[in-house]
Design a protein around this ligand. Structure first.
Ligand SMILES: Cc1cc2nc3c(=O)[nH]c(=O)nc-3n(C[C@H](O)[C@H](O)[C@H](O)COP(=O)(O)OP(=O)(O)OC[C@H]3O[C@@H](n4cnc5c(N)ncnc54)[C@H](O)[C@@H]3O)c2cc1C
Length: 404
């Protein structure tokens, strides 16, 4: 495919409608309850698995069976339009799957990725564990250690991971750890911790500002022994890579960063889903709410806010679709994935805040969904690379210089 077109094909339009219907009929009605309960929304994820929306087949179809790259952002926008906390509960395992796909051999992908999802009768979860208490944006500061025990052909993992989506409740934990502390971020490798392995436990479960249905917790690793085959990519490849780095030859990019780069347009699409939900809600509200004898939308100050919201959302979506398309063609030039995520996060936060303004007092109370949209939106400036880290990546890409 050489010619970019943003016209959705028949399959994509069908998927868009299918996800939209599920978001409208199943996700939205459950959103407030799971936000208040702050628990993983198992029944909703099970419903998603029953229709094939939660599962490896859908991910494979949306990602690999789509030469345009647009299917995934289109589907995610609809899902997160339904609710971001539940959306993230459905999508959390994809981070683990992406981590396995980024570093694993094809045999490892076939073995472990389906286990991140299970099936409709027995839903499983995956978690991707990179962040640590003292290593968030600064991935190179990671301290979790993986040491090879040659006698038993096992890796032994020790450390603490934090902010982990599905952490501790997942069946498959993909863990990024230090194999050679002298090599900084180039001395990292990714491992699969299979279900039921001794020594992996959940630490603190976090109570959050937004996306409360999504489970976020610390993951503690204490002498976790995993088979040698759980090193993603295999030992031979790791040894070759480390040897190249030690000789000063260019190595592969950091394991964790590969995962983040591949997922940025998809994360942007999630933010746009929240922004669109807030925009649509406040547009309807502004047409109905009467003050001073006329609907509030007949005041330019309100109508212009909505005009700006519509424009910003479309602009962000175009950046996300462009990035998704470029990513699929492997044609990134100037960190377009980071541009898309940066813009979409900002648009989500700004749009949801404006929507609260349009609803006035009704925007500030939990009887209406707009305050939840606003709480949910803020995470998109923070996770998967903060606003400032996206700026850093873009600044380096456009300048070709080492900006600190
Ligand atoms: C709800 C939630 C879910 C998450 N899920 C996962 C997950 O599943 N797996 C996982 O591994 N991680 C996950 N994370 C972690 C997330 O990716 C990190 O929070 C994020 O990378 C930022 O790291 P930090 O919180 O340590 O902030 P810090 O890195 O300490 O940043 C603090 C502030 O300093 C700024 N800053 C830092 N360095 C620079 C710099 N060089 N230049 C300019 N500004 C800078 C940042 O932009 C930010 O504003 C999750 C986080 C949350 C909150």
């Amino acid at each position: 495919m050489s010619d970019p077109s943003f016209a959705l094909n028949d399959d994509q339009q069908q998927i868009q409608q299918w996800v939209h219907d599920f978001a409208r009929d199943v996700i939205r009605p459950a959103a407030q309850e799971w936000d208040e309960r702050e628990e993983f929304p198992w029944p909703v994820v099970q419903e998603a698995a029953k229709i094939g929306l939660y599962g490896w087949d859908f991910m494979a179809q949306a990602m690999m069976g789509d030469p345009t790259g647009l299917t995934m952002p289109v589907a995610l926008e609809e899902m997160f339009w339904g609710d971001a906390g539940i959306g993230l509960s459905i999508m959390g395992s994809a981070l683990a799957a992406a981590g396995i796909a980024a570093s694993g051999t094809s045999d490892q992908v076939m073995e472990w990725v389906p286990q991140c999802y299970g099936d409709a009768d027995d839903v499983k979860l995956g978690a991707f564990c990179s962040s640590e208490p003292d290593a968030g944006s600064d991935v190179a500061a990671m301290r979790t250690r993986a040491v090879y025990d040659e006698a038993t052909d096992e890796w032994v993992l020790n450390g603490t991971k934090t902010w982990i989506t599905n952490g501790g409740i997942a069946d498959i934990h993909v863990v990024v750890a230090v194999v050679d502390p002298e090599l900084g971020s180039k001395g990292h490798a990714s491992f699969v911790v299979p279900p039921g392995i001794k020594g992996l436990s959940q630490g603190q479960k976090f109570q959050k500002h937004g996306i409360r249905a999504s489970h976020t917790a610390e993951v503690i690793l204490e002498d976790v022994r995993i088979p040698g085959a759980c090193l993603l990519g295999g030992k031979e490849k790791l040894d070759e890579r480390l040897a190249r780095v030690r000789e000063g030859k260019p190595g592969n990019s950091q394991a964790a960063m590969q995962t983040f780069e591949a997922t940025r347009p998809a994360v942007g699409a999630q933010a746009i889903g929240i922004a669109r939900a807030a925009y649509e809600y406040s547009l309807d509200y502004a047409k109905e709410r009467v003050q001073f004898g006329r609907p509030i939308i007949q005041n330019q100050s309100i109508a212009f806010m909505l005009a700006d919201m519509a424009t910003e959302i479309d602009a962000a979506r175009m950046l996300v679709w462009r990035a998704a398309w470029l990513g699929k063609q492997r044609q990134f030039k100037h960190a377009e994935g980071s541009m898309a995520k940066l813009k979409a996060g900002r648009v989500a936060v700004w749009t949801t805040e404006r929507a609260m303004q349009i609803l006035g007092g009704y925007g500030y109370v939990t009887d209406y969904p707009v305050e939840r949209f606003h709480r949910d939106a803020k995470i998109y400036d923070i996770f998967e690379g903060t606003e400032q880290i996206q700026q850093l990546v873009i600044a380096r890409a456009i300048s070709g210089l080492r900006i600190e």
